[in-house]
Design a protein. Structure first.
Length: 319
């Protein structure tokens, strides 16, 4: 493996700037749920292409909001479809950095395999090399890949960490920054034990990394406060970020507060709330407009009535 040659400004931002990483990487399976959070029901599209077009309009509305800036948001995790699209005439990654000073990341995993030995490894990624090449050409800074720990299984957790770091080596060789994400399920019966096993396995891998190589870690907020302090200060770790993992916003924020040196990387719901009421109102109003546009293109008598009602609500603005 070779040392990373990265945009130094982006590297420094990820290393030192306060803020959080917005997880905007819902893929085909999770996108309908994300859209529902913004008031767009599944009937608002007839195929996957229409769904992705709608979600990109939603993300564009969010990213172009004055509330979405590099002052509070240090990075944004995209999925491939979003990376391939433009925002205001620029490729999404370019817009994020050039206009907003938000560092762009790409989700590269293809989902989870079936549970075995108490864990879910990532599915095979035979096209990873090509995806990394494209990401580099699109000026993506780093990647993210998620696997899940369901039980405090030493063998399973070792498999998880081995797979994560094997792929991280390939990502580093492609001159991108890997976010290693071995999530511990918050419902794991022996969560603290699983976290101890995970910490030991990750530390072993970190200590084996060659000079000049760095990774980021994205981890479930632990049972013991400051449990991952060794990662925060480790010379091979650029940044430690926390995933919400299904905790309520209040619980996630409280746990984050008690774990010094870790920043948040929460997904659609928590991100939407963290960005504040201005952007929420803007996105929700746009959701109503998108839904109405679809209904006008494909009206039934009932849909026509709904569209007329929604148009009146959109015209009057948020209440």
């Amino acid at each position: 493996m070779k040392s990373i040659d990265l945009n130094e400004q982006q590297l420094q931002k990820m290393k030192t700037h306060p803020g959080f990483i917005a997880a905007l990487d819902q893929s085909g399976g999770s996108t309908p749920g994300a859209l529902r959070l913004y008031g767009i029901k599944e009937g608002a599209w007839s195929n996957e292409d229409e769904m992705f077009a709608i979600v990109h309009q939603m993300r564009t509305r969010m990213i172009t909001s004055p509330s979405f800036t590099g002052e509070r948001i240090i990075g944004a995790i995209l999925f491939e479809n979003t990376m391939d699209r433009d925002i205001e005439g620029q490729p999404t990654a370019d817009y994020l950095w050039n206009v907003k000073r938000v560092v762009p990341f790409l989700k590269v995993d293809k989902g989870l395999a079936a549970e075995k030995d108490g864990v879910q490894l990532m599915k095979p990624m035979p096209a990873l090399a090509a995806l990394l090449e494209k990401a580099k050409a699109k000026r993506i800074f780093g990647t993210k890949m998620r696997s899940v720990i369901k039980q405090a299984s030493g063998a399973g957790i070792k498999d998880i960490v081995n797979q994560q770091f094997e792929l991280a080596a390939q990502i580093i060789a492609a001159e991108l920054m890997p976010i290693v994400e071995p999530e511990v399920d918050i419902h794991c019966p022996e969560k603290a034990k699983a976290e101890a096993l995970l910490k030991a396995a990750i530390l072993e891998k970190l200590n084996q990394l060659p000079a000049g190589q760095l990774v980021m870690l994205k981890l479930t907020l632990p049972e013991q406060d400051n449990f991952y302090a060794d990662f925060v200060k480790h010379p091979k770790v650029l940044r430690v970020v926390a995933l919400s993992g299904g905790y309520s916003r209040e619980e996630a924020n409280n746990r984050l507060r008690r774990n010094h040196g870790i920043v948040a990387s929460f997904s659609a719901g928590p991100c939407r709330r963290a960005l504040g009421p201005a952007i929420r109102c803007r996105v929700q109003r746009h959701a109503g407009q998108l839904h109405s546009e679809y209904l006008l293109r494909h009206p039934t008598p009932k849909q026509a009535m709904i569209a007329e009602s929604e148009d009146r609500m959109t015209a009057s603005g948020p209440r």
